[in-house]
Ligand binder design. Structure first.
Ligand SMILES: [Zn+2]
Length: 259
C-alpha cells in the first residue's frame, strides 16, 4: 500500500459515526484526495484536532490502488493561519476558496499549481489587514488553472488586442472580451470598462499579492470584475457557491448592524 506524506490543506470534513472523519484535502504533490481518518475525533496523539481548514498540516496516509479513499494515519501542524480564524470576513473569504476547490477539482493527479495558489491566497489573507479583492484574484487565477482561460486581453471574435479606454463587452458563454467593432454580433452578456479588463488580465498574470495591489482604490472596476467572474464560473462550472451567498448575507447583516 503506497504511503504518502506531505503538506496539505483540509478543504472539508464530515463526521462519520462516533469517532471517525471523512476528510477532503489538497496535497502538494497528489492533488485533491479524500480519506478516512479513523478515530480522528478522539485521538489527540495522531490527529490533535488538526484536520481542520486554514491550517497547513503534514499528512501521512496510505493509498489503496483499489479504493478511491485513502487511509489517513496521522497529521501534524506546519503552520497556523491565526489571523484568518480571528476575523469573520477573512474566514468567509477563505471558505469560498475552499468550497470552490472542493467542488471543482478532480481527485488525484499532480496539481502543485493548485496547492501553490491556495497557499499564497491563504498567506495573503492571513497577512493583510483587509481582504480587499483577494477572493476575486483567487477566482481569476483558479478559472485560468481550471483550463477555462477567460480571455481578458483580446477580442474573442477578431483577436484584436484591447488597448486605450472605453467600454467593451464580455461574453460569458464565449469566455472573453468582445471589442467595439464586434459588439453587434450580440454575444456580449456584460459591459466591461477597459480598466476592469486590464485589472482582470493582471489578476490572471501576476502573483496573488501583486494582483491585489494593482487595484489602487478602483472599487468600481473590482465590482464589475467580480460580477463577470461570478457569472463566468456559474455558467462554466455549472453551480453557484453556497459560501459566497452566506458571505454576502453575513456581511450585509453586519453592515446593517453597524448602521
Ligand atoms: Zn472584435
Amino acid at each position: 500500500m503506497p504511503r504518502y506524506q506531505g503538506p496539505a490543506f483540509v478543504l472539508k470534513k464530515w463526521d462519520l459515526g462516533e469517532s471517525d472523519q471523512l476528510v477532503s484535502f489538497l496535497s502538494s504533490s497528489r492533488g485533491k484526495l479524500r480519506g478516512i481518518a479513523k478515530g480522528a475525533k478522539r485521538s489527540k496523539k495522531r490527529f490533535g484536532g488538526l484536520l481542520s481548514p486554514f491550517l497547513l498540516v503534514d499528512i501521512e496516509c496510505f493509498e489503496n490502488p483499489n479504493r478511491d479513499l485513502v487511509r489517513i494515519e496521522r497529521c501534524s501542524l506546519i503552520h497556523y493561519y491565526a489571523s484568518i480564524y480571528g476575523d469573520l470576513e477573512k474566514l468567509l473569504v477563505g471558505c469560498c476558496a475552499l468550497e470552490f476547490l472542493e467542488r471543482v477539482l478532480p481527485e488525484r493527479g499532480s496539481q502543485e499549481d493548485w496547492f501553490q495558489l491556495l497557499q499564497s491566497s491563504l498567506e495573503c489573507l492571513n497577512q493583510r489587514a483587509e481582504t480587499g479583492p483577494l477572493l476575486w484574484v483567487f477566482f481569476a487565477k483558479a478559472l485560468n488553472l481550471l483550463g477555462l482561460q477567460p480571455q481578458f486581453g483580446q477580442c474573442i471574435h477578431c483577436r484584436r488586442r484591447l488597448g486605450g479606454s472605453g467600454v467593451f463587452g464580455f461574453s460569458v458563454p464565449h469566455g472573453g472580451v468582445v471589442c467595439g467593432a464586434c459588439i453587434q454580433k450580440g454575444t456580449a452578456t456584460h459591459r466591461a470598462a477597459s480598466d476592469t479588463l486590464r485589472l482582470l488580465d493582471s489578476w490572471v498574470m501576476l502573483p496573488v499579492e501583486e494582483g491585489i495591489s494593482t487595484v489602487d482604490g478602483r472599487n468600481r472596476c473590482v465590482r464589475e470584475a467580480a460580477r463577470i467572474l461570478e457569472a463566468f464560473f456559474v455558467y462554466h462550472v455549472g453551480r453557484e457557491l453556497r459560501s459566497l451567498r452566506v458571505m454576502r448575507e453575513v456581511l450585509a447583516d453586519r453592515r446593517k448592524v453597524k448602521g
